[in-house]
Design a protein around this ligand. Structure first.
Ligand SMILES: Cc1cc2nc3c(=O)[nH]c(=O)nc-3n(C[C@H](O)[C@H](O)[C@H](O)COP(=O)(O)OP(=O)(O)OC[C@H]3O[C@@H](n4cnc5c(N)ncnc54)[C@H](O)[C@@H]3O)c2cc1C
Length: 156
């Protein structure tokens, strides 16, 4: 049996899930293909015997990340502010860092990585977002951007 879809999204991490959601909401038949046995990508939540959630991946919202805030509003999830300091161990000593993580890539990397192919292949993923690289917010924003590009291509 063969089936046709308007769009195929490869990878069910946060970027792929965001892209698939927007494409489906726009009325496009969409298939989401994931290589592993579960969705979520680097978002991995274990449940302890007592039901407590243990996050093996992301658990913090870094900065004023609107893509996360809007998802939290949509899901009715409350975000709690916490004070934070970040340290890196190097040569047996801890040094305080200004940021929680080092954004990947060099200047222009996100733009280069997000360039579409043949007007029909649109690249998402946190490393392709220049505003919130390395974060769930960046993954969500990149998925939304790739979905908008795909919708534009489907119209044209
Ligand atoms: C330990 C840890 C802690 C983190 N903490 C935070 C945090 O506190 N806050 C924060 O904002 N971010 C945090 N991050 C970063 C955040 O998890 C990532 O930026 C975000 O989840 C990346 O999402 P993505 O969709 O871009 O990629 P991924 O999550 O990597 O998703 C890619 C998906 O594509 C699938 N895939 C790959 N190749 C193929 C293929 N050929 N065919 C089909 N499927 C394929 C993979 O299996 C995967 O499911 C953390 C990451 C880690 C590892």
């Amino acid at each position: 049996m063969s089936e046709r879809f308007d769009a195929a999204v490869i990878g069910a991490g946060m970027a792929g899930l965001a892209a698939a959601k927007l494409l489906a909401r726009a009325g496009k038949t969409t298939i989401l293909l994931e290589a592993s046995a579960r969705s979520g990508g680097r978002v991995v939540t274990l449940k302890s015997d007592t039901g407590t959630a243990i996050e093996l991946g992301p658990e913090f919202v870094h900065g004023k990340a609107e893509p996360i805030f809007s998802l939290a509003r949509e899901a009715g999830v409350e975000l709690v502010s916490i004070a934070d300091r970040h340290f890196q161990k190097s040569g047996g000593r801890f040094a305080e860092l200004k940021h929680a993580w080092q954004p990947p890539g060099g200047i222009g990397a996100a733009q280069a990585l997000s360039a579409p192919f043949w007007g029909m292949l649109f690249i998402a993923g946190e490393a392709t977002d220049h505003e919130y690289p390395g974060t769930v917010a960046g993954a969500l924003a990149s998925g939304a951007r790739a979905a908008r590009q795909a919708l534009q291509a489907l119209q044209g």
